[in-house]
Design a protein around this ligand. Structure first.
Ligand code: GLY
Length: 575
């Protein structure tokens, strides 16, 4: 047996608990288990995104000879118009790229804390978090990264002109588009919050939105025109920047002209690891997604999951225990690696992952250590982020996830500029032991510092098999993103499912604390649940979790693109 080295880590996590009950709050109907409309097979190229108009824009760009990065940029600008709850100019994201020669790259354009931010900025004089301060209103916004990120991606890899990529979004904003039922529901559901944080007229406020209403966004079109003309400078300098600063000043926000002028996205080395014949290529910090995904895969790799069977007691127990351990590590060790020495190599070291599973008991649940009864916070906020998977005719692949954090971010629309700002500051650990809106805990690694990026769970991922492109996937869904990517891949690689079944299949989730398995309707049969209960597991029912958008390269070289019925607006396109 190989000698084991156990990496040295800082002292163990401070523990506590509170739960965010927002999951599933936005929908009550059970998720569909199959939807033929959400899948498409294409000979040459494919796009999956959170909205049909954005997927169509991506395919149009590919048909015009654009590559996967061109299409990704155009889709993101289109989503900023047609999917305002998560598509954005005022947020940030991550892009993972694999070129057809197998080289990889990763772009971190996550928001940053403004220069005036400080560790305890969301605490009152008694050092208690002020309810809502990190999630709603101007102070919740981090310095946006989206436009700088898209410009950097285009500069390094783009083939078509920048103007070609922004123009479709301008047309959608100027001419308007008919809103879907989900968008109408969302806009109606958030009217009160919009009114609370927006004093002037904004296009998202209306007495009652109905399916099919035309949403025209003239201010946003003007912002996009400035971006089209001046690239990132059209956002971070000049009129758009002035409007953001004015908005901040009107609402006690912190973002200054210097914060905007200083924002830079960061190219990083993608994090990679192997699982059987597969190579996983994903996002390193400031996202926790890639690390936690590789940890979970490493912890289950040696088990005969395919013999155990999909959603069997043994497979579920093992996967839950891997998820528990990965999220416990996330809470202690992960943060922006530009500010904190994240022990990246150690965390995904094979020996460490074996050691991590040493205390795994096949017939009983672990307990998420040192649980103390925490304050039980019932937050009604729902999560929203959006993912895009693209492959072009040359086989270049992009996996990109972007977010405002909550639906419509901090609910503030930049007056005169027409876009929502993020509430990403809540993804920092605003106080050790206090969970964020996803119930996630953090420690020193993710404490607020000026210019630092808040930790994310976004997991844009590309997978190779035997050296060839195999899959592109990712999801919105807050803390449940990582476990969804993990389970969809395992469904294909271990349980032999076609990609559409793998995506549509119900899922479960464990994030260490709270010590519960979250289960979607119809995930895990009653018998399995009762066997897991007997082992000591506890359950919590949720309506839906992360919303996967994936593409698989089939053996004949064509592509199967799959959206997720969990988001009715998910759509595929291709040719
Ligand atoms: N805002 C959600 C995430 O980045 O994980």
């Amino acid at each position: 047996m190989k000698p084991r080295t156990i990496p040295t880590f800082p002292s163990h996590a401070i523990i506590l608990l509170v739960i965010a009950l927002f999951l599933g709050s936005c929908r009550t109907e059970p998720i569909a288990t199959y939807s033929a409309e959400k899948r498409g097979e294409y000979a040459h190229a494919a796009v999956v995104s959170g909205h049909p108009l954005a997927s169509q824009v991506g395919n149009d760009i590919l048909e015009k000879g654009g590559n996967a990065v061109d299409a990704a940029v155009a889709v993101q600008f289109a989503l900023a118009v047609v999917y305002p709850r998560a598509g954005n100019l005022g947020g940030g994201g991550f892009l993972v790229y694999r070129s057809n020669d197998g080289s990889t790259d990763a772009l971190d354009y996550r928001e940053k804390a403004p220069a005036a931010a400080s560790r305890d900025m969301y605490l009152d004089s008694l050092a208690n978090p002020v309810d809502g301060l990190s999630t709603k209103g101007h102070l919740a916004a981090g310095v946006p990264g989206t436009v700088a990120g898209l410009a950097a991606a285009h500069e390094r890899y783009g083939k078509l002109t920048w103007e070609d990529l922004v123009q479709p979004a301008i047309e959608l904003a100027e001419n308007g588009f008919s809103i879907s039922e989900t968008e109408a529901d969302r806009l109606n559901g958030f009217q009160e919050a919009f009114l609370a944080f927006n004093t002037n007229e904004c296009p998202f406020i209306k007495e009652l939105w109905q399916t099919g209403d035309l949403l025209i966004q003239s201010d946003l079109a003007a912002s996009l025109k400035r971006i089209k003309a001046k690239k990132a400078a059209g956002f971070y300098q000049g009129e758009t920047a002035d409007l953001i600063v004015k908005e901040m000043q009107s609402g006690n926000g912190m973002i200054t002209a210097e914060d905007l002028a200083n924002y830079e996205p960061t190219w990083r080395q993608a994090i990679t690891g192997n699982y059987d014949d597969y190579k996983i290529i994903s996002m390193p910090p400031s996202s926790s997604g890639g690390v936690a995904l590789l940890q979970m895969l490493g912890m289950v790799e040696n088990a005969p999951l395919n013999e155990y069977g999909f959603h069997s007691t043994a497979a579920t127990h093992l996967m839950v225990e891997a998820e528990r351990r990965a999220y416990a590590d996330r809470s202690e060790y992960l943060g922006d690696s530009d500010f904190y020495p994240v022990p990246l190599d150690s965390l995904i070291d094979e020996n460490y992952l074996q050691y991590r599973m040493d205390d795994f008991q096949p017939d009983s649940a672990s307990t998420s250590d040192h649980l103390t009864a925490g304050n039980f916070v019932n937050r009604k906020e729902s999560f929203e982020t959006t993912h895009t998977s693209i492959v072009d005719a040359e086989g270049n692949a992009v996996s990109l996830t972007t977010t405002l954090n909550s639906n419509f971010g901090c609910k503030v629309v930049v007056d005169g500029a027409g876009f929502f700002l993020n509430n990403e500051m809540d993804d920092f650990s605003i106080k050790p032991g206090t969970p964020n809106q996803f119930g996630l805990l953090g420690a020193e690694a993710n404490a607020i510092q000026p210019g630092k990026r808040m930790l994310s769970s976004m997991t844009p991922t590309i997978i190779e098999k035997d050296g060839q492109l195999f899959m592109i996937l990712g999801a919105p869904g807050g803390s449940t993103i990582i476990t969804a990517v993990f389970q969809v891949f395992i469904n294909v690689a271990e349980f032999g499912m076609p990609l559409d079944s793998a995506v549509f299949a119900p899922r479960f989730h464990h994030q260490w604390l709270p010590d519960q398995i979250w289960v979607e309707p119809t995930a895990l049969g009653e018998e399995v649940k009762s066997e897991l209960s007997a082992m000591g597991h506890q359950f919590r029912d949720v309506n839906r979790m992360a919303v996967i958008k994936a593409i698989q390269r089939l053996p004949d070289g064509s592509y199967l693109a799959v959206g997720d019925p969990r988001n009715p607006d998910d759509d595929v396109s291709g040719h």
